[in-house]
Design a protein. Sequence first.
Length: 919
Amino acid sequence: MINNQNLVTYLFIVVFLSTFFSCQKATKNQGPYDLKISEGFTNPVGFYNGNPTFSWKLPEGVQGQSAYSLAVASSPDLLPDNADLWESGQVDTNQSLFVNYDGEKLASRQKVYWQVKYWDSEGEESKWSETAFFELGLLNNSDWQAKWISLPNEKAVDIAEIGRKVHKVQYLRKNIKVQDDIESARLYITALGLFQAHLNGKPVGDDVLTPGWTSYKNRIETLTYDVSSLLAKGENTLGIELAEGWYAGRLIFRRYSNRSPQVLAQLEVTYKNGEQETFISDNSWKGTANGPILYSSLYDGEYYDANMEMPGWSTSDFDDSAWFEVVEESISEEVKLTPKRHTTVTTKITLPTKSVSERTKGNFVFDLGQNMAGVAKVNIPVKKGQRVKIRFAEMLQSNGEIYTKNYRSAVSTDFYLPAKDGQIEWYPKFTFHGFRYVELSGFDENATPEKSWVSGLAQYSDFDKSGTFSSSHRKLNQLQSNIEWGLRGNFLDIPTDCPQRDERAGWTGDAQVFIPTSLFIADVHSFWASWMQTVRDDQRGNGSIPIVVPDIDGRRVSSGWGDAATVIPWETYFRTGDKEILEDSYQTMLGWIDFYKSESENHIVEMFTYGDWLQPFSEHPTDERKGETDEKLVNTAYYARSVDLTLKTAEVLGLNDDVEMLQSWLSEIKTAFQNQFFNANGSVSRGKSTQTAYLMAIGFNLLTPEMEEKAVPYLLAEIAKADNHLRTGFLGTPLLAPVLDEIDRPDIMLEMLFKETYPSWFYSINQGATTMWERWNSYTHKDGFNPGGMNSFNHYAYGAIGQWMYERIAGLKPVKPGYKEILIAPLLGGPLTSVEASYNSPYGIVSSAWKIENGMFELKTTVPPNTTAKIVIPGITSESLILDGIDFTDNAQVKLIKKTEKEFELEVQPGRCVFESKL
Ligand code: BGC
């Protein structure tokens, strides 16, 4: 008999099972969700693009979309039936990503509302989505009435404490009279340098290091803040702090600049009565460089003198009669002012101190347990006039002292000079550091340091995490964590090589090898699209791409680095499905391959290259950092790679004439490559036989199929010679996994990945790594610190293995752009008994969780709506396959398409499934 209690339990089990273990689960009629525009923006204010694209997700349970309808209006009240800007009408297509806006022309400042609905695969119509919106920023230079301002002649000054020249921080202010009650107000602002705006004593926004780093001579990004709640009728004050930042500070390849920071601000107020008023930065403002932040430099740190505080300096009560007149500056009309096209940097994670140790009397080291980039917040007792000194390090020396040698010339030290005894809470504003350890001295020595005194504010561009990965193996999980922290530490507005030494630059080579992994970890679509715009901005007249972007060096070019111009757009497109980056970048790609051509003779490229950078055991005759793979081989292989990606792009864009031209171009390069660098027996004929030479030839598909078959044993021999260790640098390492997979030897890759000895991923973990290191042996317990001049403990390049961890170990691989088709084919092997990963794809969550228990393999998968997946289940195929607890037979959701001796291949429609097979 079923009593009520049992009935509830029974119903619960049924519901539970159908939620988690059913392949099919229909939620009819629900509207689309997660509405985004362009590169993944949700309801942005100050949006950059008057021609956006629209994307949405279908609710779980829906199989696919057969049509959509979009309604776009100037007011939410007009939606969905009276949309005045655009009504797409019912469009029969399964496209739910990046649908081009095709309505009325949109203008700067315009606020636009939109809704979407879809018809599912059975033709059933959904409800309308919730209303989303976007508000455009100032799209044109002509929208700006404001003037660039700064204090006159504000040049960098010598700072004795740090032996560096740094700009003092400027404080600028203006009282304004707001005539009436406010409906809304926007502050449009940017700087050449870094700014923090204040209104009536309150900071505007919680982002830092704004506006970020672009190619300032071409394009300066502007920000829009909704400041409606910070203003009121009557007297108000706008204040701005202005620091040197990337624009005016020293940078690698640029010791000191003569530049002075400047700011541009325009406050636009709409009154309740509908009238508008604009307040601008101009020479009626006043300023001083005698405020509490004495100076602030990205490499060298910040100095705060509390004695110089100016209470209320950004309020209308403040007396600024001792302040100075500012001057109006002019910048070239050619420089485009455009709204920032990705999120600003902010504090994303706060790390508490794990332990504190005393070095010498009054000098303590706080360990956060995790290497990171950002600033340290101190909450400490201080004594009037006794200067607090805060130093940083990624590592400790054997005697417990902080190790700062690897910062090279970056002083990376903050100071705080107290005006009175008491407790202070402080962190710097216009600098950042790469660190795990914080050394503190100068605090009130009567107090005993506590962990709560110091925390680490990890700062990076404000994007969400999109992937999760965990496994039964502790070190593999640590590796995943190290890769993620490598990203967090180096996605500070632009992709940097490292966040700590006197470098922190947009090294193109590092970026191009890491992009696929980064797109698994976080929603960095707009981050890459934005940086790619700077790559385009900085492309030189001869088509060459600088080694770092934004360009600082102004001269050098390297193969494997400049290829960011082709790899970044291609990977971004392939992993998001957004064609726009291909359209925008195609000419740049052509320019880059033309440059290669101009540097080549019969397609063999002779140009500078950093080569297979930092290959272990290199015996390069002049610069061991360059690795041993023949430089012309590296050049020509990457030349071919870039032509290939340009060709693929031309195909996607339907540029048929170009496709033909590029096909023959590519095949000429391949022939030249084969003749020049390979023997007919498949061995390398020029330069040293290295893993990377074979990896490039096979990985970039440069050999004929026959030659490739012959080359494989040579590659395997190179690997065997190294006892199945890698002998690859920045360029070769990312090719190991895809190539070993392609030649059906993923077992070797697994062995390499799980190696504990040098050089290997786990080797660094065994030496204590909590981020990716620049070198596998940046530090060893046995020999201490690597003596090399470059020794960063936060360099994401070798984190490129993350892609394979997601794609093969977990088995989540896009087959068609944007994950329209997915391959879920987990790779078993090594010591792993279980792996779980999920990825928030453009269509929704795709996931794979597998485990092996008692000879049985179990795989739980999620395939998002509007996609299809091929799922490969390992097992003894003479035994049956179990689907959701029962013997599998073909059904509408899952079809067997192939069975070999050791695996089942299935075609799977959206939904969740649990597969079991006997191993
Ligand atoms: C950077 C690298 C970069 C390299 C060029 C280094 O100083 O830190 O990551 O790619 O120079 O070879």
